[in-house]
Write a protein of this length. Structure first.
Length: 392
């Protein structure tokens, strides 16, 4: 199968970029030909008047149409898989592919079709105003990078393509990594029958080591990740080890917050090998995110390593972290609630061992690459057949 993979990289590399790169490699290992069309925000912004050009072309970018034509002229593809298209590729990508008869699969890694910042969060709290009120609501709050002007660019493009029916006409199937996210996106007008849940995948790190000591957090150190809740919760854990892996804009403030909390240790950013080592050294992982996380790779890596995960019951993580099977869920976004869930694991090695087995089982059932790539192959075959039969 000849697969076109389209992605707009972010200024700061994150999990979504890693997912795209890994899926391309796994598809190639499965015998498919993958043609990559990757653009980078950093390259565009470095050009003269870069920010203005990006804003002007967010609704429709003629350069994208030229890219599609060049790719199809040199290497015709059977199906297109679009990951992130905002802002450089723009929905011109979907229109160009559709008009040239290429079936389109669009993965929704975040909530940006309904939320300017993609997280359904504002001022540190869950916010779903734009789901009901529409995209212009985000402009007055400056939800995209704290800028009303930049948010206006997103709102204009979103309103324009909703009015044109771009997502109905030009996307054959949407995918998202969790059923929770599918429900949220469905509430914004995407037909449920056109959304497939395809869990994210991570490479198997091998058979799990016996549980280590204490807990580990892996991820970006930013407010929505809730690491401040975890540090405050750790004041009640009598010096048990807590390793924090990652970096980000809140790192300095979090280090200061943890200065007088026994047991807390910051490792900084680590390559995958360092992340796996930190997970193996711990008894369990904690993901105290305040937002509706869709499928963070850090949680999937923990499950793959046979490490139970402690997470909030209110978001998409409640799917991967099955309470009592692969981890523990806390009810409230408070230090007390996080502390109670963590204390249950710190004080019960038998419970940790049982949840560790469930965590590894959950990984093998839902996030191991071989089965996940087979599911993507089936989806590609379906949309190709539907397009040929005239179903779309």
């Amino acid at each position: 199968m000849r697969i076109g993979l389209f992605h707009n990289r972010y200024l700061q590399r994150g999990g979504e970029d890693s997912v795209v790169d890994a899926e391309a490699e796994w598809l190639e290992k499965a015998g498919h030909r993958v043609e990559r069309c990757i653009v980078d925000n950093a390259d565009a912004l470095a050009r003269p008047l870069g920010a203005l050009r990006v804003a002007w072309r967010a609704r429709r970018n003629p350069e994208t149409t030229r890219r599609v034509d060049a790719l199809l002229r040199d290497t015709p593809i059977d199906v297109a898989h679009v990951h992130n298209h905002f802002p450089l590729l723009s929905p011109s990508l979907h229109e160009a592919l559709h008009e040239r008869g290429v079936p389109v699969v669009q993965t929704l890694h975040n909530y940006r079709l309904v939320c300017a910042n993609g997280t359904l969060m504002r001022d540190g709290r869950i916010c779903e105003e734009c789901v009901g009120r529409g995209p212009w609501n985000a402009v007055r709050h400056g939800c995209y990078r704290g800028s009303r002007a930049q948010t206006l660019v997103w709102a204009d493009a979103t309103v324009h393509h909703r009015a044109r029916g771009t997502w109905q006409r030009c996307v054959d199937r949407f995918t998202t990594p969790s059923a929770f996210a599918a429900r949220k996106l469905g509430a914004a007008g995407i037909e449920a029958r056109r959304i497939e849940v395809l869990p994210n995948l991570v490479e198997d790190p091998g058979e799990p080591a016996p549980p280590g000591r204490g807990a580990v957090f892996v991820g970006r150190l930013s407010p929505e990740k809730g690491v401040d809740l975890l540090i405050d919760a750790w004041r009640e854990q009598e010096g048990a080890p807590l390793t924090i892996v990652g970096t980000g804009p809140a790192e300095a403030a979090l280090r200061a917050r943890a200065r007088d909390v026994p047991g807390v240790h910051f490792l900084g950013a680590q390559p995958r090998e360092g992340v796996i080592a930190a997970l193996r050294d711990a008894a369990f992982a904690v993901a105290p995110s305040r937002w509706y996380e869709i499928a963070p790779l850090a949680v999937l890596e923990a499950l793959a390593c046979g490490r139970p995960v402690v997470a909030w019951r209110g978001g998409a993580l409640a799917e991967a972290v099955e309470d009592g099977r692969s981890g523990r869920l806390f009810d409230a976004l408070t230090p007390e609630s996080v502390a109670e869930a963590c204390a249950a694991l710190l004080g019960d090695a038998t419970l940790v061992a049982r949840l560790a087995r469930g965590a590894r089982e959950r990984y093998l059932e839902h996030h191991e690459p071989a089965a996940g790539i087979a599911a993507r192959e089936r989806l590609y075959a379906e949309v190709i057949a539907e397009r040929r039969s005239g179903a779309y």
